[in-house]
Design a protein around this ligand. Structure first.
Ligand code: PLP
Length: 411
């Protein structure tokens, strides 16, 4: 064991893969590329091969690998103060929550770490709000969720997943959730009753395959929530922070949620940073001791989060995502009928359905990796493309050419 560890720097790619397979829990089936460095939109493996990153860590690397603004903020903070816990104050928290609240247009921020924690926190806040503000009978609160959702991996969150892989054998499941078809406003209206405290949804379902709901859906859900006194919770952990060409994906529908869940890109690809953002009449239900996190809102996370919020405040990244996204969408649509069945996209975020007879999404992604493009399949024959927003149009062209070539070889 000690010999293996001591020699770790000298391992070959195959030795790395074998080591991970033997010693890491096998809850992932990653592509066999062993990354060693990255900058911008490009990842370099341990043998010096370069790959265009078309996943961006599920949007956690929206601003590019080793983004200079993020790195400078992180380095500066690393030398000064990294952790005191929320038991004490520190000089990064106030500015971070102020700047993030202003960007999102809400009163308050609850800082957490991972996306799943933001979702859990949003659920706790919605239930507490339901009992203390709406007046729901104790223990009766329900939350309406969408079929095909992905909100994370905790026991409560997988309790309302309909993906058997994510859910099976993790029971007993947390009660209090009602699932309706995504995109169906009438079903949401029918599911809401006097004990409903929230409707929780992704404005675009990312893991579901970049599913963009019908145009009227979010406005309809907004109306239902306003009419029935129900919180609309938008999980913008993957869709938010410029990926779709807006700070928040709900902006495309002209809708405001009551509660926003943010994560992924908020950490600049450096540290996990997540947040629940809402007005005081909602987040104000939390009093000292009623919720917490040792690392939530730590100085390093806040400094990195401030750098991210600062970049988003200019609107340049959102505009860049819109321009690049239009270009990628146009190029991908040329492949429809040539191995591609359907393309769905919003901003620089595309779901590409491969003709199932050609192979699985995983097979296509493996072939793409051999050509220097790293992408990730979602369910079945869908590939998701979400490169860092620093990618150049010519690089997108090259990636689409590689996909066209892979599909040609499979036909
Ligand atoms: C990734 C994701 C989460 C969970 O985030 P983690 O940081 O992996 O816990 C929740 N919701 C959505 C929409 C996501 O894409």
């Amino acid at each position: 064991m000690s010999r293996t560890l001591g020699a770790a720097v000298a391992l070959t790619a195959d030795e790395h893969l074998a080591l991970v397979d033997r010693r890491a829990a096998r809850n992932y089936a990653p592509l066999p590329v062993v990354a060693a460095a990255a900058e911008g939109a490009w990842i370099t493996d341990i043998d010096g091969r370069r790959y265009l990153d078309c996943l961006a860590a599920y949007s956690a690397v929206n601003f590019g690998h080793a983004n200079p603004t993020v790195l400078a903020a992180a380095r500066r903070q690393l030398e000064r103060l990294t952790l005191v816990s929320r038991a004490f104050q520190h000089d990064q928290l106030g500015p971070f929550v102020q700047e993030l609240a202003e960007l999102i247009g809400k009163d308050m921020v609850l800082p957490m770490n991972t996306g799943a924690e933001a979702v859990e926190s949003g659920i706790k806040v919605a239930r507490k709000w339901g009992y203390e503000v709406k007046g729901v009978a104790q223990g009766q609160a329900n939350i309406v969720v969408m079929a095909g959702n992905f909100h994370g991996r905790t026991t409560t969150i997988v309790s309302f997943s309909d993906d058997p892989e994510a859910r099976e054998n993790y029971g007993p499941y947390t009660p209090g959730f009602r699932t309706v078809p995504y995109g169906n406003g009438a079903a949401v209206a029918a599911a809401v009753d006097e004990n409903t405290v929230a409707v929780l949804l992704e404005p675009v379902q990312g893991e579901g395959g970049v599913i963009v709901p019908p145009a009227g859906f979010l406005p309809e859900v907004r109306d239902i929530c306003s009419r029935e006194g129900v919180l609309l919770i938008a999980d913008e952990i993957q869709s938010g922070l410029a990926r779709t060409g807006r700070t928040l994906a709900v902006e495309h529908s002209g809708v405001e949620a009551d509660v926003y869940l943010l994560g992924k890109a908020l950490g600049g690809g450096v540290v996990p940073v997540s947040a629940v953002v809402a007005d005081e009449d909602v987040l104000g239900v939390l009093r000292p001791g009623q919720h917490g996190s040792t690392f939530g809102g730590n100085p390093l996370a806040c400094a990195v989060g401030r750098a991210v919020v600062g970049m988003l405040a200019t609107g340049e990244w959102q505009e860049r995502a819109r321009g690049l996204g239009a270009h990628l969408d146009q190029r991908l649509r040329e492949l429809v009928g040539h191995g591609v069945m359907e393309v769905r996209s919003l901003g620089l975020w595309a779901g590409v359905d491969i003709e199932p007879t050609l192979g699985t999404g995983k097979q296509v992604c493996t072939a793409l990796a051999e050509r220097g493009v790293l992408a990730k399949d979602t369910h079945g024959s869908t590939i998701r493309l979400a490169p860092p927003l620093v990618v150049e149009p010519a690089e997108l062209d090259w990636a689409v050419d590689q996909l066209a070539d892979v599909l040609r070889c499979l036909r």
